[in-house]
Design a protein around this ligand. Structure first.
Ligand SMILES: Nc1ncnc2c1ncn2[C@@H]1O[C@H](COP(=O)(O)OP(=O)(O)O)[C@@H](O)[C@H]1O
Ligand SMILES: [Mg+2]
Length: 253
């Protein structure tokens, strides 16, 4: 076994003899904690750089799109349509990135939200992908409403359900719960999917942290920002190979 250790040595005197006092300390835990912290810091600053670039690149691309549209009016060419649709894809990616880091770009107003109803309609969007996944809904206390930005919540729960589905490899179960307890609304999204390694749980919510080949790592960032902006908490329980539960608590106003 190899351990990281820290060695401190100091001389001391005992009846005119010089002795050395040596302290050897196992610092494996501390090194691990430090590494986690710096990994997280690195990701956060990558996120900030990416957002900055997105801002800078978006304006010229929007201008190019405008000129392309003018060009199309005077002369049509199949390449122009392709250019426009590719440009739109790039702009959509940038827009996604900016929305996650600045979710309040549109100054959405606060409204009472019946989360039970929203969760039910969200699941319709996933119907096609739910054929090998058993879905269990346990939605109670729909009379309790939260006040908040509806679109942010729709996006957040969309992201959570999408992750739950993606975590299930063959067949499995997703459970969605909603209930009121001790002044809080509780929402739980559980899956019987692959689970998350303990050392990765701390990284969740950090921009661009993804273990998927096609992943963006922006989904949970949006979820965390939305929940925290509304005065809520989120906790994650996961067991490798067994599944994951995202437990959200939101204050009722
Ligand atoms: N329900 C889940 N089960 C297992 N892993 C998950 C779950 N939700 C999120 N994760 C992990 O968190 C990472 C970040 O999720 P997310 O921010 O939505 O980005 P993306 O889905 O694009 O990878 C995922 O790549 C995955 O490793
Ligand atoms: Mg995701």
């Amino acid at each position: 076994m190899v351990l990281d250790i820290e060695v401190m040595a100091a001389p001391f005197y005992l009846e005119e003899k010089v002795l050395a006092q040596v302290i050897i300390q196992d610092i494996t835990q501390r090194k691990m904690a430090e590494k986690l912290l710096t990994d997280r810091e690195k990701l956060v600053s990558i996120g900030q750089i990416a957002t900055g670039i997105a801002h800078e690149v978006k304006n010229p691309l929007t201008a190019v799109k405008g000129f392309l549209q003018l060009l199309k009016e005077s002369k049509s060419h199949p390449y122009l349509d392709m250019m426009e649709s590719e440009l739109e894809k790039a702009l959509a990616t940038l827009q996604n990135l900016l929305q996650v880091s600045k979710p309040d770009l549109h100054e959405e107003s606060l409204v009472p939200i019946d989360l039970c109803q929203e969760l039910e309609s969200l699941l319709f969007l996933f119907q096609e992908r739910l054929y090998n996944v058993k879905l269990e809904m346990d939605l109670r206390n729909s009379e309790r409403k939260i006040i908040g930005k509806r679109n942010l919540f729709l996006k957040a729960f969309f992201n959570l359900i999408k992750n739950a589905i993606e975590a299930i490899q063959e067949t499995g179960k997703i459970k969605i719960e909603h209930y009121y307890q001790n002044e809080w609304i509780h929402i739980k999204v559980s899956d019987t999917g692959v689970g998350i390694p303990e050392d990765k749980v701390k990284m969740l919510g950090t921009p661009f942290f993804s273990t998927k080949s096609e992943g963006t790592g922006l989904g949970l960032t949006q979820v965390f920002t939305t929940i925290h902006k509304h005065g809520g908490n989120i906790s994650i329980h996961s067991t490798i190979g067994k599944g994951t539960t995202f437990h959200i608590q939101l204050p009722v106003r």
